[in-house]
Ligand binder design. Structure first.
Ligand SMILES: Nc1ncnc2c1ncn2[C@@H]1O[C@H](COP(=O)(O)OP(=O)(O)O)[C@@H](O)[C@H]1O
Ligand SMILES: [Mg+2]
Length: 332
């Protein structure tokens, strides 16, 4: 399988008044051509920051400390983190090769322009479609993402669209230049459940039609399980487990992955059955714990080991886990 993206040992930090935030601490994963890679974990685990590093969307106080994001472009492989933000080529890469959709489309569209004008601008910037044909092209895009009466909707302002419709319009803008990689950061989190399902199905259909690769970021394991081929589970800036979705669901190894899976509601859950949740919260990332990042909250913690020694990553074929339970020093 050909790799479109290879993230290698990525470290991302932020400078704040309270100190350095160690947001991403040595993350490695691949995105294969035409496949969907998922990143799951609670809020604050570094999911968005790792995607923003790929899109060069880190704010001024953030930087890639080390590691690389190798992108396999038609002209050759290059390291996205080394691109000059001001370079024209960089803008091209980020609009044409890779596109991103976010949780809240209201913030991605500017309120004072029609959605049509904004998508037409993306088409102007990132495609060779001549001026006279751009409007019709955008009407076609809106139709493709399931917006009814696109000839009228194209002239509406973002506030005139429902949340689900706005998300569809944002997807239309993202796929305007046929990107090879679509990054979806919690794309349905602000939508109600039925609209969520429609948007996820739309993304799946578009992926099939265009052969796009996707990076799907979500705190909800249910959504990740439904949409992804491979999954990385993140905690405190670390990938603590990485496997195919099927393998991860059938054979979750890390206590954090197991805890996360137990907290996903099931339709078949009996009334009155209390949903389990993970005690405590993700700590602030101001210092990297010397041992396992999850040790503090872990019910399977081995005393004298997990809080003091960093667990090595155990590679069981296509299944990686960073947990002392699976090392010779651990119990299993
Ligand atoms: N601009 C920023 N300045 C300082 N810290 C930040 C900034 N953006 C994110 N962080 C911190 O980086 C860590 C990872 O955040 P994020 O990737 O947004 O988490 P997730 O997407 O998994 O919810 C968190 O500790 C968060 O507080
Ligand atoms: Mg996020």
């Amino acid at each position: 399988m050909e790799k479109l993206v290879e993230v290698q040992d990525l470290h991302v930090r932020f400078r704040t008044d309270e100190g350095i935030v160690y947001a991403v601490n040595g993350v490695s994963y691949d995105i294969e051509t035409g496949k969907t890679m998922g990143i799951v974990g609670e809020s604050g685990c570094g999911k968005s920051v790792s995607a923003n590093a790929m899109m060069q969307l880190l704010p001024d106080n953030g930087w890639v400390e080390s590691g690389s994001i190798m992108y396999n472009a038609p002209e050759g492989v290059f390291d996205v983190t080394k691109l000059d933000k001001k370079d024209r080529r960089t803008a091209l890469v980020h609009g044409k090769e890779m596109a991103m959709i976010f949780q809240e489309p209201m913030t991605s569209f500017c309120p004072v322009y029609t959605i049509g004008n904004q998508i037409i601008e993306a088409v102007r910037l990132h495609t060779d479609i001549p001026k006279t044909e751009r409007r019709n092209y955008v009407i076609g895009l809106l139709r493709k993402v399931g917006i009814a009466k696109p000839e009228q909707r194209i002239d509406e302002y973002p506030y005139q669209l429902s949340g689900g419709m706005r998300q569809r319009a944002m997807i239309a803008m993202a796929i305007a230049a046929n990107p090879r990689l679509l990054i979806a950061d919690e794309p349905t989190t602000s939508l109600d459940v039925t609209v969520q399902a429609q948007i996820l199905n739309l993304l799946k259909d578009l992926q099939q039609e265009f052969g796009m690769s996707m990076l799907m970021i979500n705190h909800n394991f249910g959504i990740i399980a439904e949409t992804c081929d491979m999954v990385a589970v993140m905690y405190l800036g670390f990938i603590i487990e990485y496997a195919s979705t099927r393998e991860l669901l059938n054979n979750p190894l890390h206590p954090y992955t197991r805890d996360l899976l137990r907290s996903v509601p099931q339709v078949t859950d009996k009334k009155g059955v209390k949903l389990s949740y993970i005690q405590g919260t993700v700590p602030g990332a101001y210092n990297i714990p010397p041992g396992c990042p999850y040790a503090e909250r872990c019910g399977k913690k081995l005393s004298g080991l997990c809080e003091t020694a960093k667990p090595p990553t155990v590679d069981k074929g296509d299944h990686r886990v960073a947990c002392h339970l699976y090392t010779p020093g651990g119990k299993q």
